[in-house]
Design a protein around this ligand. Structure first.
Ligand code: GLA
Length: 710
């Protein structure tokens, strides 16, 4: 007879999770606000007693951490395996509960009939309240078992949850949010792009109709994985709801022989009883404290200059030196040489895979450019796209068999490149050697922008087996190996902008390229969507060209700067084209970023409710002594006067000096509130409860205010 408690309770600062083990399948029966000691677990169990419904099973199978067909569960199974025999109807039963603390538990269950073990690991971070959990399956028998599907632990939800906040997107327009009603049946998002993807960010938030930024219950879910994935939010006919996320495995991709195991990616869950902004702050805190390399994040994030939208493939040493001069003059602290420096890469049709410096462009190698950049006081970074190869390359001509493909099927053309099969040892070795050689030859390279610019449409390895799972693991392994050998090199995750941003890749990288769009207006909604799960200190955010290369939109430099400064700021344009006014404004904007970046990167992020014509947010230091607030008008106001700006996140009792710190000059139709309010003191409660009348300004203008407690 197995010996385990009837209930397991996990506690964080403000939340409690209770898992019932009674039916030998651990099931979350409560996940919500912290409960006091006077509430007993039996009370909760009693309160959740259900009865036999008409034309229904007498006892509903629980929505356990892995509900199974073998339990009679008729929602989506948490485990689907195949051994050509009876494994499909697996139904593991709990045999052991190891609870090492109030934040950590491991459940072990076994299907003794089918010789399958399943472990569920749950770790609730006390401070951030983020739950990190995964499922691990082990084959205990000698016959081969195919893992068709193993979701991370399934999270049963309370029944007042009735809204789904979905994340959508496309290239250059990532992280768009859309809210829909929960409906009978399943909301399912499946990603088969072979990378995290632009369109299916592996995250979802569920809440009820009363929830907004600062009120109400909500749950955020994010799968930390950079390959294929599935998200499911399902309302069952008997009024039970759950969220289930996991890797979307290809056919036959994971096969387990005796004692082999497969672990689902980690699912990260955050719960808030006080709205969406606190939910996001919890994720931010977790990422900063637990996923990122603190060596880099405790230091100021240097201002980037990136060459891509400045010169694209037109590399020329003298021109690049001029760009470096101008970038340094503007205030850049890191110069990133983007695509185009290696053999044959004069356009996007050739060269990927041949990671040797192109001597026709760099006759003396990269040394002279690097020395020049360093002499200007900047760090040097370089672009790689290691996982890819152009058919027009020496690498492909020598090893046409090194790519992922599916037998007998023609490869779809996608930016003239194919995906290398990183599951092959020789490919791993080749890529490691190529990258290491560049880093060893030029020890001043301290930064890599690691790109990945096509979907994996043909994911077969050399055996013809689908390989996205192993490929994703091997990408992590390759980055980790490079980092081990070059611990001072920081790495940015880029994938045609933001198609590889997730908590999996963040365990190996230090910054993300949020989007290829440098259009400040589009960026406002992209960065807003990003903020639901991810903190600003990693968010690559550049001042782009005057006329955006992607949208054609003309946006003034002041607005471009105001939007870029709230992430990890950089610039990406041809600085030779800057007017005197633009260069001066850029210098001022970068100086302001440098002055405020400690706050931007460590403060709490507060979204301010959207009104469709503006996007606003604030960042407040944790001691609430200082804050920055951003108001960005997008279109003309609907009425002749705009609404008030209601500050958030301040200490109601503190007195703050309010200043408009950006832009340095502002066109106003008539003298506004700013002419006498600027530099005055107000209590936090006045700023938050009364709010400040906004001035009438042109659309596409951004205002940045600072508040400092007296
Ligand atoms: C991708 C990236 C860009 C740039 C180009 C270079 O699109 O997102 O920032 O690096 O590749 O080819």
């Amino acid at each position: 007879m197995a010996n385990y408690p009837e209930f397991v309770q996990l506690n964080a600062r403000n939340c409690t999770i209770i898992i019932r083990c009674k039916s030998a399948t651990p099931e979350i029966i409560y996940y919500g606000q912290a409960l006091s000691n006077t509430t007993s677990l039996h009370m909760l169990a009693h309160l959740s007693t259900r009865q036999e419904a008409k034309c229904a099973v007498v006892h509903e199978p629980p929505i356990s951490l892995s509900p199974c067909l073998g339990d009679g569960f008729t929602g989506h199974p948490g485990i689907t395996i195949d051994d050509g025999d009876i494994a499909w109807s697996v139904s593991p039963k709990l045999i052991e509960v190891e609870q090492s603390s109030q934040q950590s538990v491991v459940f072990t269950s076994i299907d003794a009939h089918r010789h399958i073990q399943i472990r569920h690991q749950l770790e609730l971070d006390y401070e951030s309240q983020v739950l990190a959990c995964s499922s691990i399956i082990t084959n205990l028998n000698s016959r081969l078992v195919t893992v068709v599907d193993l979701a991370a632990p399934t999270i049963a939800l309370p029944d007042h949850i009735n809204r789904i906040m979905a994340f959508e997107g496309r290239w250059s327009h990532e992280f768009q949010t859309r809210t829909l009603d929960l409906f009978l049946g399943a909301y399912v998002r499946e990603n088969r792009k072979g990378k995290t993807s632009h369109d299916n960010f592996p995250g979802v938030i569920v809440h009820d109709e009363h929830t907004h930024e600062y009120h109400g219950e909500c749950y955020g879910f994010h799968l930390g994985w950079s390959g294929n994935h599935r998200t499911r939010v399902e309302l069952l006919p008997e009024q039970r709801t759950y969220v289930q996320m996991g890797e979307l495995l290809g056919s036959g991709e994971v096969k387990l022989s005796l004692n082999e195991r497969y672990a689902s990616p980690t699912l990260y869950v955050s719960y808030s009883s006080s709205g969406l902004t606190p939910l996001s702050q919890q994720f931010h805190q977790f990422v900063r404290q637990h996923l990122l390399d603190s060596r880099f994040h405790s230091k100021p994030r240097p201002v980037h200059y990136n060459t891509w939208e400045g010169i694209y493939f037109n590399h020329d040493v003298d021109a690049l030196k001029t760009l470096a001069d101008k970038a340094a003059l503007a205030g850049a602290e890191r110069f990133v040489l983007d695509d185009g420096w290696f053999n044959g890469r004069r356009h996007d049709k050739a060269g990927l895979g041949d990671w040797q410096v192109d001597n026709s462009v760099y006759p003396d190698g990269l040394g002279p450019l690097i020395q020049h950049v360093v002499s200007k006081g900047m760090q040097f970074g370089i672009w790689f796209e290691p996982e890819m190869v152009n058919p027009d390359s020496e690498l492909y001509r020598a090893h046409p068999d090194w790519v992922l493909s599916t037998q007998g099927n023609e490869q779809l053309n996608f930016r003239h490149q194919l995906v290398l099969d990183l599951t092959r040892k020789e490919v791993q070795e080749y890529l490691y050697e190529q990258i290491a050689t560049v880093l060893n030859t030029y020890p001043d390279i301290s930064y890599i922008k690691w790109d990945m610019n096509r979907d994996i449409n043909h994911s077969g390895d050399k055996f013809g087996v689908s390989a996205v799972h192993k490929q994703t693991q091997q990408v992590y392994a390759l980055i980790a190996r490079i980092k081990r050998a070059h611990p001072n090199v920081e790495i940015e995750s880029c994938s045609s902008g933001g198609a590889r941003i997730d908590f999996g890749i963040l365990q190996h990288t230090d910054r993300v390229w949020t989007s290829d769009s440098n259009d400040a207006l589009d960026r406002l909604s992209i960065q807003r969507g990003y903020s639901f799960f991810l903190p600003s200190n990693l968010m690559g955010s550049h001042v782009g060209p005057r006329d955006c290369h992607i949208t054609g939109r003309h946006i003034k430099i002041e607005t471009r700067i105001a939007v870029a400064m709230f992430g990890h700021m950089g610039m990406e344009m041809d600085p030779r084209e800057l007017s005197g006014h633009e260069m001066k404004t850029l210098q001022q904007g970068i100086a302001l970023y440098k002055e405020k970046r400690h706050l931007i990167h460590s403060g709490d992020y507060f979204r301010i409710n959207n009104d469709d014509i503006s996007i606003s947010f604030g960042i407040v230091s944790q001691d609430k002594a200082e804050g920055l607030f951003s108001y960005n008008s997008i279109t003309e106001t609907k009425r002749t006067q705009p609404k008030k700006y209601r500050f958030v996140g301040l200490d109601a009792r503190k007195t703050y000096r309010l200043k408009l710190i950006w832009p340095t000059q502002l066109y106003e139709y008539s003298p506004s509130i700013l002419s006498f309010i600027n530099g005055e003191c107000f209590t936090g409660e006045a700023l938050m409860q009364m709010g400040m009348q906004l001035p009438i300004i042109f659309p596409q203008t951004s205002l940045v205010f600072s508040v400092n407690s007296e």
